[in-house]
Design a protein around this ligand. Structure first.
Ligand SMILES: Cc1ncc(COP(=O)(O)O)c(C=O)c1O
Length: 397
């Protein structure tokens, strides 16, 4: 274009690219662009067709989100990863694509994250989905459930939310595969640092990136890791269902993820101290923490998670009433009473009014989630300050 452009056009087209110069940035570029300009329509056609790698539109992939996907693939030991706008978006996309959409049957962990279970229950009600719930720590029950009818997917959490039951990934992978089923593992609580489900035989790993992987309470995201065909199906979901992770979220998540290893070490150390404190407290009737020898799957946890036990401690108040739980929550000064986990700071969640609110009260009770059950995500504060805060809040119960 030889003609000098007028100011009104110049400003619109200004600063589309960065001036060239020596020196690679140490932080990844944030490419906050929805669309990508092609000077050659033929090239664009090849990218749309999938014959050439490239970027076309925000739901298909963005360079910054792709950088996060590559980093996660390396951490999970996966061929490929696709990121979603939240953990739930990742779970919904994968389970639907793998089983529900084609009428496949799912055997699912009964005590999974409450909203995962609520989603599955909604699919049963609204879509007639074939999903059965089992205690996946009871292998005979899993085996029976898998053999009752042809099963497409076995869906579990490596360390379940909120009761911290531990899933034996290697054993369940064998069981799933001997029935011709896929094993998908939500490893949000354990993170790729404590468990590598793919190396243990699982086919797919899902994370809520909102939790430990980002770790700073300012990003929602989810990921599905697996073989290239899984990634292809997931990419189709982000394109048509639209739940892709935007670049700014991905950029923040990359920044958060850089400190995952040091954070996890401190989360695990602090959680062990807090669990030990709570276990000896007269106002606490039960402490669930895989690091305590009282945890029924302590040995499995030790073996599967490489001697680390995570940052979540679930405990029951001796006075198991909502009134007592509210008094405890209202008296906390350091730990936030908040519906999330895995952040730098400590957070306490009351499952029966939040994550498990949609689960019928009698089913909650059967699973072991009572009105006295609280889930504490132990932060990386000084553990003595945190224990002091808990001690003071327990005095109000
Ligand atoms: C184990 C587990 N999986 C999935 C999710 C859903 O993730 P998100 O809140 O990012 O949608 C959560 C949320 O708490 C979770 O705890």
């Amino acid at each position: 274009m030889a003609r000098e452009l007028r100011p009104g056009t110049k400003v619109i087209r200004s600063a589309r690219s960065l001036p060239p110069g020596e020196g690679a940035p140490v932080a990844p570029p944030l490419v906050q662009s929805v669309a990508f300009d092609y000077r050659s329509a033929a090239e664009q056609d090849r990218v749309f067709a999938g014959d050439k790698s490239g970027y076309v539109y925000g739901r298909y992939g963005t360079p910054t989100t792709a950088a996060l996907e590559s980093a996660l693939a390396e951490l999970d030991g996966a061929e490929a990863v696709v990121c979603f706008a939240s953990g739930m978006a990742a779970i919904a996309a994968f389970v639907d694509a793998c089983a529900i959409a084609s009428g496949g049957r799912v055997v699912a962990q009964e005590d999974s994250y409450g909203q995962t279970r609520a989603l599955f229950e909604r699919w049963i009600r609204e879509r007639g989905a074939k999903i059965v719930f089992v205690d996946v720590t009871d292998h005979a029950k899993v085996e029976r459930a898998m053999r009752e009818a042809p099963t497409t997917l076995l869906y579990v959490e490596a360390m379940a939310n909120p009761l911290l039951r531990i899933t034996d990934v290697a054993a369940l992978a064998k069981m799933a595969h001997s029935s011709g089923a896929t094993l998908a593992v939500d490893a949000t609580f354990a993170t790729p640092l404590l468990v590598q489900p793919l190396a243990l035989g699982a086919d797919v790993v899902i994370h809520s990136l909102t939790k430990y992987i980002n770790g700073h309470g300012d990003v929602m995201g989810g990921s599905v890791a697996g073989k290239a065909d899984v990634a292809k199906a997931m990419r189709d979901r982000t394109i048509l269902d639209g739940g892709y992770m935007p670049p700014h979220e991905a950029w923040l998540c990359i920044r958060g993820m850089r400190t995952l290893e040091v954070r996890m070490r401190r989360h695990c150390d602090n959680a062990m101290r807090v669990a030990t404190f709570l276990a000896a407290h007269p106002k606490v009737s039960l402490v669930r923490y895989p690091g305590l020898t009282s945890h029924p799957q302590h040995e499995l946890a030790r073996r599967q998670f490489g001697g680390k036990f995570g940052g979540i401690v679930t405990f029951d108040l001796k006075v198991g009433s909502q009134d007592a739980a509210f008094r405890f929550l209202d008296a906390l000064q350091l730990a936030a009473s908040a519906t999330t986990l895995g952040d730098l700071w400590s957070e306490v969640l009351y499952p029966s009014i939040s994550s498990h609110r949609r689960i019928a009260p009698e089913e909650r009770k059967r699973l072991g989630i009572t009105d006295g059950t609280l889930r504490l995500s132990v932060g990386i504060e000084d553990p003595d300050d945190l224990i002091g805060d808990l001690e003071n809040a327990l005095a109000h119960v």
